[in-house]
Design a binder for this molecule. Structure first.
Ligand SMILES: NC(=O)c1ccc[n+]([C@@H]2O[C@H](COP(=O)([O-])OP(=O)(O)OC[C@H]3O[C@@H](n4cnc5c(N)ncnc54)[C@H](O)[C@@H]3O)[C@@H](O)[C@H]2O)c1
Length: 257
């Protein structure tokens, strides 16, 4: 099991769902964790909910804003002197809008947070990781990184893009000590997934889940455990891969809805 003692981890989207679970998992394994979120109150709640809150601190930033992303990374380096792992977890769902219905504003916002955000955060940490000669980045995509139907046009396009970003970063930096991998969760019981149940185009997830092997929601803690594996030395040979954790959703590959 990966021990993160002495390691510095940045988790984006740390105020909720999978990000909150990741903060708990990394702190439990000995890391110092920067819990970054656009919603500082929720990030503070994440840190205050830890058994050992002094190992983490809450950081307000918008990953889609180049200045904000860089400033947040600078603050972490100033505080702890290094960055060993970046978890690009922050993301937003679209309104399941189809291509002719999605507004340009919705398209731009989803791409900005889900795809440009991981790029900006990676760009900000890579110089430090190159200096260290070692580092890891985990990008969160989705089953929507492989198939349609889990979201609308913007969400699916953004999550496909995240996989391409991982592969390109691996090509560019793998030989220089930076491992980059993608986690592709299926339906996971978080506020994002629950909010995704409320628009007129929303799929009936409860019914859909019954068609797939695991027949249940994934729990955020299960995603956090996968992140803890991929971010540490046990995964030293793992570069540029997509780790699907979806209860068999993609493998079963039938129309979920
Ligand atoms: N829940 C699912 O079923 C599911 C499935 C596949 C993939 N995902 C992906 O997993 C990741 C985590 O999702 P979750 O379900 O835990 O969502 P969530 O809504 O519970 O948490 C997402 C967090 O990201 C933060 N955030 C949003 N925009 C931000 C920004 N611009 N800058 C910084 N922080 C921002 C939010 O404030 C929130 O705290 C996302 O990338 C999501 O697309 C979720």
């Amino acid at each position: 099991m990966n021990d993160y003692s002495g390691r510095v981890v940045i988790v984006t989207g740390a105020g909720s769902g999978m990000g909150r679970a990741m903060v708990g998992e990394f702190v439990a394994r000995g890391a110092n964790v920067a819990a970054l979120d656009i919603n500082i109150k929720n990030a503070v709640d994440t840190v205050e909910g830890l058994a050992n809150p002094s190992m983490a601190y809450a950081l307000q930033a918008d990953v889609s804003d180049p200045h904000s992303a860089q400033k947040a990374v600078n603050a972490v380096i100033e505080r702890w002197g290094r960055v060993d792992l970046l978890c690009n977890n922050a993301g937003i769902l679209d309104g399941h809008s189809t291509a002719h219905e999605v507004s340009i504003e919705e398209w731009n916002r989803v791409i900005a947070v889900n795809l440009t955000g991981p790029f900006l955060m990676a760009r900000a940490v890579i110089p430090q990781m190159l200096k260290q000669g070692k580092g890891a980045i985990i990008n969160t995509s989705s089953t929507s990184g492989f198939s349609a139907a889990g979201g609308g046009t913007a969400y699916t396009a953004s999550k496909h893009g995240v996989i391409g970003l991982t592969r390109q970063l691996t090509f560019e930096y793998g030989a220089r000590g930076i491992r980059v991998n993608t986690i592709c969760p299926g339906a996971t019981a978080t506020p994002l997934a629950m909010a995704g149940q409320t628009t007129e185009h929303s799929p009936d997830m409860e019914a859909a889940l019954q068609k797939f092997p695991a027949r249940r929601w994934c729990q955020p803690a299960e995603i956090a455990k996968l992140a803890a594996y991929l971010g540490g030395d046990d995964a030293d040979f793992v570069h540029g891969s997509e780790y699907v954790i979806d209860g068999g959703w993609l493998a079963a590959a039938r129309d979920p809805f």
